[in-house]
Design a protein around this ligand. Structure first.
Ligand code: URA
Length: 207
């Protein structure tokens, strides 16, 4: 069923497939100027698990692939430990362009606004229509905002969820594990993330 955002953009209804959608996304200017390129979703059509992150970071913007920087390395390690094959999963972001401020030589990530998330949401919805995963995983608050349509605290909503009639799961963003203060807190957050991923893997085996 087309989402409300797609209804507001009738041209999207005519888009025949993922390649055509990706061509539209790749050809669109960033809402906030600065990004090198749009970072498209990655993974096979028909993947049973779709992971939705926030927005590309510095490395993703340079390489044009999702989750290839520090958060991506954390995610890769956790997926491996939980027995989920990244290559068989679909990985994408709520927002397709990197937003940042420059500090010296560094480009510091800026959190997307609600309006920016809403702008990109029609594309995310359409992507998920084409992929049609058994389970869609929201990694962090921005993904939740994009998939649910409103802000929800992760702590109180972590676990199984529904995203516009799709089976979903809410968990933390892998970068939140990297930001934990100290080894013990980081290990605890990592273990909880692995437990979520194992549950996601179990859920992905049933309809
Ligand atoms: N964080 C995200 O949310 N997505 C990426 O692709 C990389 C980092």
């Amino acid at each position: 069923m087309p989402s409300r955002d797609q209804a507001a953009d009738p041209a999207l209804r005519e888009v025949a497939g993922l390649d055509a959608l990706n061509a539209i996304i790749a050809g669109s200017a960033p809402l906030v100027p600065g990004a090198t390129q749009a970072v498209l979703g990655e993974g096979p059509e028909g993947a049973v698990i779709a992971f939705v992150g926030e927005q590309p970071g510095d490395q993703e913007d340079r390489q044009g692939r999702p989750f290839v920087g520090p958060a991506g390395h954390m995610l890769d390690r956790a997926l491996d430990e939980a027995g989920i094959d990244r290559a068989q999963s679909y990985l994408t972001n709520a927002v397709k362009h990197f937003k940042f401020v420059e500090r010296g030589k560094r480009r510091i990530h800026q959190r997307p606004t609600t309006g920016e998330v809403r702008h990109y949401r029609r594309w995310l919805d359409k992507e998920l229509e084409f992929i049609d995963p058994r389970i869609t995983v929201a990694l962090g608050a921005i993904a939740v905002l994009a998939l649910v349509g409103k802000a929800l605290p992760i702590s109180r909503n972590r676990g199984e969820a529904q995203f516009q009639g799709r089976r979903g799961f809410i968990t933390v963003h892998p970068s939140s594990i990297l930001r934990q203060p100290g080894d013990a807190a980081r290990a605890e957050a990592y273990d909880a993330f692995i437990a979520d991923l194992r549950q996601i893997r179990r859920l992905s085996r049933t309809r």
